[in-house]
Design a binder for this molecule. Structure first.
Ligand SMILES: Cc1cc2nc3c(=O)[nH]c(=O)nc-3n(C[C@H](O)[C@H](O)[C@H](O)COP(=O)(O)O)c2cc1C
Length: 346
């Protein structure tokens, strides 16, 4: 995946770039992103003389066919990172046939995104008044969204002043007179409490299903949670530590992905995000049990550096890299790669 970080830093300036990186306060300057580091320790073991006619990296999920097991995930304040914000990413995803998730803290109207790309999901926080979340789901259904990604881990910063990178991005959005999707008018502080339990979750799930949309639950790191959430009838879980933006000490995602996947035994769709930076990470994620690998910061860097063209060329190149890696692995599809073809460095 082309690394646009330097161009992104130049385009955004140090402060906003710092917010985008979101390095937590307990991380030292020379510490690597724990998710990126964890993925980079996985290495691929090729098989030879497998005799295939070609390689197919398309992915069937949620009744759709995607060009690859890759999607673009949610991020707040999208227009701070590029004039067209998430619409530019939606256009690139539509051209390449990849799904996109839009944050309720994005400032581009949802209907503008769904008009650009039908395969759009809205990400909502699982906290605060249930009626608020249901009302937003209704708006998402009206706008034509496929589903809701419900963030259940660290749904908001529970302590004031915990801004990733030290930047109060909500203030920057308000200064420009923009409205977030979630606030509908202006910028509302997201409610942290009441925090939800399984009863609220079940009610929310039923409301979204009644609207004809699917539900993916984001931020599932523990296998027992995955089993309990799966039992409610949701459509998928996303293993995610939300990009270790609060603390360096969150468990990295790859190992938890494998644990969650073992616990779920193929009973539901599994998505993963956090630190996916290379086509090899996407293949590793597939082997560890993910049906779809979701990427955020590399896409936002590309958006900041070169807009829609940069996003599209980066994602297109990633699909190409996936195809050639698969061929080198002796696999006709990513699903053919077996667990013994993935090793971790000591
Ligand atoms: C600038 C920025 C804003 C984000 N805003 C949200 C958000 O509103 N909701 C959410 O669920 N995750 C949000 N995230 C987390 C991402 O969706 C994702 O979980 C995380 O960045 C890990 O993926 P990555 O390592 O590919 O960036 C945000 C991430 C970034 C970088």
């Amino acid at each position: 995946m082309k690394d646009w970080r330097d161009e992104s830093r130049a385009a955004l300036g140090a402060e906003l770039f710092g917010y985008l990186l979101g390095r937590p306060h307990d991380m030292r300057p020379d510490d690597a992103d724990p998710n990126e580091l964890a993925w980079s320790r996985y290495r691929l073991v090729p098989r030879v003389l497998q005799g295939h006619d070609g390689v197919d990296v398309t992915c069937r999920l949620f009744g759709r066919v995607y060009a690859a097991p890759v999607g673009v995930g949610a991020f707040a304040a999208d227009r701070l990172f590029g004039a067209d914000g998430v619409t530019a990413i939606a256009r690139a995803c539509a051209a390449l046939c990849l799904p996109i998730v839009v944050s309720e803290e994005a400032v581009t109207p949802l209907a503008d995104v769904t008009a650009t790309h039908a395969d759009c999901w809205l990400q909502l926080r699982a906290a605060g008044p249930l009626e608020r979340a249901i009302r937003l789901s209704e708006s998402a259904a009206q706008a034509g969204c496929q589903g809701i990604v419900l963030t259940v881990l660290a749904p908001v910063h529970p302590a004031p002043g915990l801004h990733p990178g030290g930047v109060d991005v909500a203030a920057q959005v308000a200064q420009r007179g923009w409205s977030t999707i979630g606030a509908q008018e202006g910028v509302a502080k997201l409610p942290a409490f009441p925090s939800w339990g399984m009863d609220e979750f079940r009610e929310m799930l039923a409301a979204i299903h009644a609207l004809g949309m699917r539900v993916v639950v984001k931020g599932v790191m523990h296998p027992a949670d995955a089993i309990a959430i799966r039992a409610t009838g949701c459509d998928g879980v996303m293993v995610s530590n939300i990009g270790v933006r609060q603390s360096y000490r969150w468990a990295p995602v790859p190992r938890q992905l494998e644990r969650v996947s073992e616990a779920l035994e193929g009973s539901t769709a599994i998505l993963v995000d956090g630190g996916i930076r290379h086509a090899a990470d996407i293949l590793a994620a597939r082997v560890l049990g993910a049906h779809l690998a979701v990427v955020v910061r590399p896409v936002v860097h590309a958006l900041a550096a070169g807009g829609e063209d940069a996003v599209q060329s980066m994602l297109r190149a990633t699909i190409g890299e996936l195809q050639s890696l698969c061929a080198w692995m002796g696999a006709a599809t990513p699903c053919d790669i077996t667990r013994d073809q993935l090793i971790t460095l000591a």
